[in-house]
Each structure stands twice: as C-alpha cells, then as structure tokens.
Design a protein around this ligand. Structure first.
Ligand code: KQY
Length: 364
C-alpha cells in the first residue's frame, strides 16, 4: 500500500466512528503463547472458537495466526473464517491492531499507534513486543487502507469514542509515565483529537482494580450510544473497586459530551470478585520478562468488555450470579441488537476479555 501518511486523520477530514456504526468485518488473533494462556493455550483456543463463530454469524471474520498454529486453527474454525498467517507476540487485537478512521467520502484509513506491551520495560507485560507493534500496519496492508503511524504509545482498549466528538480514557493509563512520559495532559489530548477526530476528552482517574493494562477504559467505562455510558460497578463499599467506580460515576454524571449533552450512566455490577485458582495459575508457563501468574490473584472481571457488531452485541459471562442482570441491561441498552454471550473466564485469565481481542473494520 502507499507510504505512511505524514499528516493526521483530523487534518485530512477523518474520524474514528463509534463501534456500533456498520462494520465490513472483524479481526482477531489466534492465542498460543503458553506463558500467558494456560495448558498450552488449549482452553483459550476453545473460548476463541466460540467467540469467532458467534461473530461470524453477523459479519466477516479474519483471524491472524502463526505458521505453527495455522493447521490447528484451520481445522478448528469453519470455512467462512478467513485465516491469514501472521507473526505476533500475543493475541490482543484491540491493542495491537489499527484504530480505523473514516471520512464523509466513504474512505477508510488506519491509525497504527506505537505499541509497548502496556508499559515497555517499566511495568509492561512481556518482552519483546516488536511483532505486535507491526500488527497494525500489516492489517492496514491487508485491508488496503492508508496508514498513519504517530509516534505516540496507545492501545486501542485505552480509548472509547462515541463517533460524535467525544473520547473517554483514564489517567491511570494514558498519563502513566510508562506510556508517553514526555507529553503533558494537554499534548496527549491534542494527539487524541488529531488521530480520532474528537474534540472532547473525558478523563476518568482509574479503571478496574488490578487491571494489568493500567486501567483500560474498555474494561470499565464505554459508550453504549451517544450520551449513554456503561460503567463497571459494585455496591460493596469495602471492595477496592468501589472508590474507582464511584469517582468515575461522579465525573461522568457531571460531564457533558462534545455535543453538549449530559451523560446517562448505566451501572453494570461486576462479576465476582473473581480469583485465579491454583489449577489455572499452575497451567501457565513461566518465562523471563512475562507477567507471572499467581494463584489467588484477583482478576479484573467486567461485563463492559463486550463487542458491538452488526446487529448484535456479544458480552462475556462467567457463570456468576450477576450474569443475568448484565444480559438484561444489555438488552435494554441495545434494543435493536441480538444479545449474545460467550464464556469469558479463559479470556479473562490472560488479562482481558471480548473487546480486548477483537477489532472492527468500519464500513466507509
Ligand atoms: O486489552 C487487554 N486487556 C490486554 C491485556 C493484556 C494482557 C497480557 N497478558
């Protein structure tokens, strides 16, 4: 495809559409690294298959897969799923893939942010990450779209847009010294606006307790429609999550979006709290440089970490007493979508969930 664009999406008339805008497809990456996915990634692969086949009922799905796993993935997935052999470090398509932007003429382009494995050598989750840093430009090449490559560290899960000028993010992540230490809050805002076509940033202090991404907003607070935000919640004031969610609620309820609308906040009570079991922790290989997995470690479970596709929404469930309430809330928030669920625990054990492992390609 053409050389990297030296301007910015906003300067060229592009903006990131909301996730509920029409898609031409969805990308995922096949999981395999045994120092993040237990039991040689077999349980994770099963969870991926369920999610991939669910999404494929509604929109075309492409799965990036290593040469080593190609035949296994091909044999496990239905024919409709497109597989493309690609080298990656892990399987977090939301964070390593491009953020797609569109213009009024119907063109699509990609933003390939700089990726440093959620913090580089200062708290990042694995080393090296060079293959992951190349996922976004490769996907833009596959999609035959032009690409912006800002010198700015950002993961797609750390932002959420309403497609009408507003972006939500957290200070815990985007102002973390392990992302862009030389930039001020104002300069970070400028980078977001220039590359997302937004005009207003809503800053939340923190995300979900012990979220190893440093508080990605896609696990915590996301738009369900313009003016409506889903927020991970707990009523338990003794839970460390309470203060985080209460602070965010206060900010969101007193904010307006880029269009001047007051926000409606919909609380979605978190599952659990959920903890890693002995069996789960011991199934993960230990490798220097990657995050150790410890039995008893609290997991950053959330129902907000869902994927909004063409006519459907798929959210993770955990065989938890709060599952049904979350499903019912999604039904109210998305009355014109079919609400689908997938088992979320195996994805959560690796540090994220449905939204973190998917990336939509918007229709121009
Ligand atoms: O977006 C995410 N939640 C990614 C989490 C990465 C975890 C790596 N072990």
């Amino acid at each position: 495809m053409d050389e990297t664009l030296l301007s910015t999406p906003a300067a060229d008339g592009f903006r990131m559409p909301a996730e509920w805008a029409r898609h031409t497809g969805c990308y995922l990456i096949w999981p395999e690294r045994p120092d993040n996915w237990r039991a040689g990634a077999k349980p994770a692969q099963k969870a991926w298959i369920t999610l991939i086949e669910t999404i494929a009922e509604y929109e075309p799905v492409t799965v990036l897969v290593s040469a080593r796993q190609y035949q296994n993935a091909r044999g496990s997935l239905s024919e409709a799923i497109r597989l493309i052999e690609t080298t990656t470090d892990d399987s977090w398509m939301r964070d390593t893939g491009p953020s797609f932007v569109i213009n009024d003429a119907g063109d699509v382009r990609g933003v390939s942010w700089t990726f440093n494995a959620w913090g580089g050598l200062k708290g990042g989750l694995y080393f090296p990450w060079a293959a992951d840093d190349l996922v976004a430009p490769k996907v833009c090449d596959i999609e035959r779209v032009r690409v912006y490559q800002p010198d700015f560290v950002l993961e797609g899960g750390s932002i959420d847009v309403d497609g009408e000028g507003t972006v939500i993010t957290t200070e815990e992540c985007l102002l973390n010294p392990n992302r862009n230490p030389d930039l001020t809050r104002e300069q970070v805002e400028e980078m977001l606006h220039a590359h997302l076509g937004t005009t207003k940033v809503i800053w939340l202090p923190q995300g979900v307790y012990l979220d190893e991404t440093d508080g990605h907003t896609d696990n915590f607070a996301r738009f369900a429609s313009p003016g409506v935000v889903m927020l991970t919640w707990t009523d338990d004031i003794d839970d460390p999550q309470y203060e985080r969610s209460a602070q965010a609620l206060k900010i969101l309820e007193n904010e307006t979006d880029a269009q001047g609308r007051r926000l409606t906040v919909v609380k979605i009570t978190q599952p659990g709290p959920l903890f890693m079991t002995d069996l789960e922790a011991h199934g993960v290989d230990s490798t220097p440089g990657s995050e150790p997995r410890v039995a008893g470690h609290r997991l950053a479970g959330s129902y907000v970490n869902s994927y909004i596709g063409n006519g459907f929404v798929v959210l993770p469930v955990f065989d938890d007493p709060h599952d049904n309430e979350a499903i019912a809330i999604y039904g109210e928030l998305f009355p014109h979508h079919t609400i689908r669920t997938v088992p979320g625990r195996e994805i959560l054990l690796g540090g994220g969930n449905v939204h973190c492992i998917t990336q939509q390609v918007p229709r121009g």
